[in-house]
Design a protein around this ligand. Structure first.
Ligand SMILES: [Zn+2]
Length: 447
């Protein structure tokens, strides 16, 4: 046993469960198991063979520590990504029974995505469970036997309404076809797939060009030591990380997504809540997202397929606190495009943490082999997709007229740094003249 991972240190007081008679509902034993070890008595993980051809031979992903499964679990982390913490809170608060088992009746997918060879390829899919949508069907017996196995994907359908789509219908840029755009107000039918992250660590390490041990140690250290089995259980290869997932929005019949004979328009969008939802004008996120949705709908109406994939990677995966700090540094420091990336690097240490290396997994899961119209200017997204073996035929930049004036700083800096454009690429010197709005008028109002 390594001395950094032993449950009790020689001079430490013995560890007592915080469970007290005044708080009996948690149902935990007095003895806290901080970690497990391979070969420890009773440790016998349910086989999990990443890359196996079907769900049954692959095996279920089991992360629960409860109901006698601690020694049989075959994955680390917890379900729900970052929401796993709310799950813990609900149990702590006594709102949720620690032994709760979901009733999955009628929750099955609204569309059965056809099996793809990539589902059985452990190099093509490393950051999601390719059978995560079909758990209830595939592991019925195990569920009935009381095993806590949960879907990590869900497929549903919905109607959605976006102001820009309503405008596009009004302007005659989109037709009402009755099945995709269902009425003149711009109501749209969509199939949605939600995906929680499930990482196959050897595959993730390979994507980043690091060894698995380094990846495990780094994840362990920088989650405050929250997942000790990253260190003590090298035999467990799967980790459900506490991060956001993604959502696929499919316009038109979902079976067309993997059909090579029809055109596909696709946008990969990384979350920017301030713009996407609240329409802040400092960046091009919402306008590009709305344009992507419009073009996806248009392709579907033309007999092809349109897909928008929304990743929860707020503010280039740096989060909103860092993002706002950078906004302040930009606005106080004279917001010019030549300094755009430096401002982020000063505060975050890097300019971007989105790392598109894992992004193409969902495209492979969907069975996409080529993208006819890629509604993105990002060179990082482009390169990741092409390197993963998917062709991109045409790249479509955001139309000039959709770029808010205060977001020129961002878009021109990105174009200078390698983003695709059919327009001008400014030199670093020219970028000193691309300037964002200051706070002058704000000062007038607040003082
Ligand atoms: Zn944005």
């Amino acid at each position: 046993m390594g001395d950094t991972t032993t449950a009790t240190m020689p001079d430490a007081p013995s560890i007592q469960s915080p469970t007290s008679p005044t708080f009996p509902s948690t149902g935990y034993s007095k003895h806290i198991v901080l970690t497990t070890y391979p070969g420890q008595s009773g440790v016998d993980p349910v086989p999990l063979v990443w890359g196996a051809p079907d769900a049954k031979s692959r095996g279920p992903v089991i992360v629960t520590r409860g109901a006698g499964m601690l020694k049989r679990r075959n994955a680390m982390g917890a379900h729900g990504g970052s929401y796993s913490i709310y799950n813990a809170l609900a149990i702590a608060a006594g709102d949720l029974d620690v032994n709760f088992r979901p009733d999955f009746r009628n929750s099955e997918p609204t569309f059965n995505f056809p099996w793809q060879p990539s589902w059985a390829d452990k190099t093509k899919i490393v950051s999601m469970d390719p059978f995560g949508h079909d758990v209830v069907n595939q592991f019925r017996e195990e569920l009935e036997a009381g095993w806590d196995i949960r879907p990590t994907m869900a497929v549903t359908r919905a109607n959605m309404k976006l102001a820009e789509i309503g405008e596009a219908v009004k302007n005659g840029q989109l037709d009402v076809d009755g099945t995709i755009v269902v009425d003149p107000s711009g109501e749209v039918r969509v199939t949605k797939v939600a995906v929680e992250p499930v990482w196959y660590l050897p595959g993730v390490a390979e994507r980043f060009g690091v060894d698995e041990g380094t990846l495990r140690r780094t994840l362990f250290e920088h989650t405050g030591g929250s997942y000790p089995e990253l260190i003590t259980r090298p035999d467990l290869k799967v980790f459900l990380p506490p991060i956001g997932g993604l959502t696929v929005y499919i316009f038109g019949p979902p079976e067309r997504v993997s059909d090579e004979n029809v055109k596909l328009a696709l946008r990969i969008h990384d979350e920017c809540n301030g713009s996407d939802v609240f329409q802040s004008d400092i960046c091009t996120c919402r306008p590009y997202l709305a344009f992507g949705i419009r073009e996806a709908i248009r392709e579907a109406q033309n007999g092809g397929s349109g897909v928008v994939i929304y990743f929860r990677k707020e503010g280039r995966a740096l989060g909103e606190v860092v993002k706002y700090l950078v906004y302040n540094a930009r606005k106080r420091g004279g917001d010019t495009a030549d300094k755009y990336f430096t401002r982020t690097e000063n505060i975050a240490g890097v300019r971007d943490m989105r790392f598109q290396a894992l992004m193409p997994d969902i495209l492979h899961w969907l069975g996409i082999k080529k993208i006819d119209r890629m509604l993105s200017m990002s060179n990082m997204k482009h390169d990741a997709i092409v390197q993963s073996g998917i062709k991109i035929i045409e790249r479509v930049p955001i139309p000039e007229e959709l770029i808010p004036s205060d977001s020129r700083v961002e878009i021109d800096a990105k174009i200078n740094a390698g983003y695709f454009t059919t327009g001008r690429q400014y030199t670093m010197e020219e970028l000193t003249a691309v300037k964002g709005r200051g706070w002058e008028k704000w000062e007038d109002v607040t003082h």
